[in-house]
Design a binder for this molecule. Structure first.
Ligand code: ATP
Ligand code: MG
Length: 219
């Protein structure tokens, strides 16, 4: 699914100060393209992902996803867009603590209105956690929890994946192996991915590096 961001503006008020976090951002992302989004802390990377996820609204501009302008959709339509089209992986894994690994993965199907236990289990197997299916997040290591989060984000077949420093909380070795799993799956399924990272080595694996500097995107 291709994504077209046009003249996107977003400001925040901090006390008396206005910060223009996104300043006429333009970005074209091809279907199946993997973009690494870089930028120093506070440059607006998470803000940008929130806009793409329809979790926050811009002041101005448009975000066209497959001929649909997200900025014009109702909250209800945005919820449906997220449930059907988007996988999201955060820095903090955001698993539901009282659900097992398997139930966490199954949840993304339930939100979509159908239950596919077989596919949910297949994804846990793909991330190497089939034998941990009945374990609760607290019984899993950080790397294992993030693999469950990846399985949950991708299992229902979304065309787009947004990942905000998915390995930021993991040791380098574990981070690398998780990135390998992520890239393999995303390339196999031709998913469009926007990956926020601070890691140049990781960014080099993407099809294109985009830097957020002074509220603008530079490819
Ligand atoms: N809800 C908010 N209210 C006020 N200011 C905000 C809000 N959200 C973000 N900001 C500000 O916008 C700027 C960009 O924040 P953002 O979280 O997008 O940065 P980032 O590039 O993701 O940084 P990091 O690499 O540290 O995660 C920061 O100065 C932040 O303080
Ligand atoms: Mg951030």
């Amino acid at each position: 699914m291709k994504i077209s961001v046009k003249n996107l503006n977003k400001h925040f008020l901090q006390g008396k100060n206005t910060i223009n976090v996104l300043n006429d951002v333009n970005l074209e992302i091809k279907s199946g393209e993997i973009i690494a989004l870089l930028g120093k802390s506070g440059s607006g990377k998470t803000t940008m992902l929130s806009m793409l996820a329809g979790l926050d609204r811009p002041d101005q501009g448009s975000i066209i996803v497959d001929d649909q302008d997200l900025t014009k959709l109702s909250e209800e339509a945005l919820c449906e867009y997220r449930a059907k089209k988007l996988g999201i992986v955060f820095q903090q894994f955001h698993l539901i603590p009282h659900l097992t690994a398997f139930e966490n993965v199954l949840l993304s199907f339930e939100i979509n209105g159908h239950e596919d236990k077989e596919t949910a289990m297949k994804w846990l197997e793909m991330v190497g956690l089939k034998d941990r299916a009945d374990h609760y997040p607290a019984m899993l290591s950080g790397g294992e929890q993030q693999r469950v989060a990846i399985a949950r984000a991708l299992s229902f077949g979304p065309p787009v994946l947004l990942a905000d420093e998915p390995t930021g909380n993991l040791d380098v070795e574990t981070g690398k192996s998780i990135i390998d799993i992520l890239f393999k799956m995303v390339r196999e399924k031709k998913i469009t991915m926007i990956l926020v990272t601070h890691d140049d080595e990781l960014a080099a694996k993407a099809d294109r590096i985009v830097r957020l500097i002074g509220g603008k995107c530079h490819s």
